[in-house]
Design a protein around this ligand. Structure first.
Ligand code: SD4
Length: 330
């Protein structure tokens, strides 16, 4: 190697070494061993019945990836949950279009976006992960794929959701309201008895959205991210805001660098508030766990809650939030 190239190589190495402190390198190799404290957490009230199913699998020694898939199917199948699966509120043209993703302890992932007529998009996402070389399939391709895998084509627009859409078409006032229109996505993350982390996220997205709009929920690194060495995170709220900061990816990276799940969620919300000047007008909530089974949650506005189930039992928890008073009243 000539001396100039050698010099450049040394300078480049020196710069990289200076940029990454030994402390951070040590933290990034953080690998807790043994004695895992299994836990499952999910966004919002419908997380409780979803967690019941997931916890049964985990407490019986099952895998986190199966727990999150089966758990999340509960709100997908529930017509009273109006922002997930069957019964989800439609887009502005009256179509129910669904987004979902799933990620396992090996870093495998699968997602579907803009999927119509299939009640359990999370299971289609699982098939994308397990049976294809791809990570995301969308629209008609996702529907064709689901049908080829034996999923049933169904009408997902319930009479109640149709009524609400017809009501909306009278005014066509598209203004997502904090904690009402934005509140139903389920993100679930879990740690099983073998210390493996997995996560899943599923939604019908923002009510009355533009036809074809895809939010954060099916996007790995936005609505969901899992790294089995470190932790997992999921998001709810205005997807565009989450996508703009790669929300869950940065939370997991902050945990890798030594932040607790709570600190990491707070820093991600802070990032939104620093970069997005209209942050007071919408809601975003993050939920995270680490390999030690510690949990963190934080949102912009008041009102975000999450369900937790571990060996001590199950409960609902209100997340702390950035703004002390909601800007909107309703
Ligand atoms: C989206 N993040 O499509 C979803 C909506 C949501 O709770 O989370 N609702 O933007």
């Amino acid at each position: 190697m000539n001396s100039r190239r050698k010099f450049i190589k040394n300078v480049a190495f020196g710069t990289a070494a200076a940029a990454i402190s030994p402390k951070l390198i040590a933290k990034s190799n953080f690998k807790p061993t043994g004695n895992f404290k299994p836990v499952v957490v999910s966004t919002w009230n419908h997380g409780l019945p979803a967690n019941d199913v997931a916890w049964k699998i985990i407490s019986g020694g099952g895998k986190a990836i199966d727990a999150v898939e089966k758990g999340i199917m509960i709100p997908e199948n529930d017509p009273s949950v109006t922002s997930v699966g069957y019964g989800g509120l439609p887009d502005r043209d009256g179509n129910v279009t669904l987004d979902a993703c799933i990620m396992d302890e090996k870093g495998n992932c699968g997602a579907v976006a803009f999927l119509q007529h299939i009640k359990n998009p999370i299971s289609v996402a699982r098939k994308v992960m397990d049976d294809t070389p791809h990570t995301m399939i969308s629209g008609k391709g996702a529907l064709d794929f689901a049908l080829s895998k034996g999923f049933k084509k169904e009408n997902l627009l319930t009479p109640e959701a149709k009524k609400r859409w017809e009501q909306w078409t009278k005014e066509k006032n598209y203004e997502p309201i904090i904690n009402i229109e934005n509140h139903d996505t389920i993100g679930m993350i879990a740690l099983d008895k073998n210390g493996n982390l997995s996560g899943a996220c599923t939604t019908s997205g923002l009510a009355w959205k533009m036809h074809g709009r895809v939010g954060d929920s099916p996007i790995i690194g936005a609505g969901l991210f899992v790294d089995n060495e470190v932790g997992a995170a999921t998001a709810t709220g205005k997807g565009e805001a989450v996508v703009k900061i790669a929300g869950t990816a940065i939370i997991v990276e902050m945990m890798r660098m030594g932040k607790s799940p709570q600190e990491a969620c707070e820093l991600a919300i802070k990032r939104i508030s620093e970069k997005q000047s209209d942050y007071k007008d919408f809601q975003v909530g993050f939920l995270a766990i680490n390999k030690k089974g510690e949990v963190g949650a934080y949102s912009i506005q008041k009102g975000f809650n999450y369900a937790m189930h571990n060996e001590d039992g199950k409960n609902m928890n209100d997340a702390p939030h950035l703004l002390q008073t909601n800007v909107r009243t309703y």
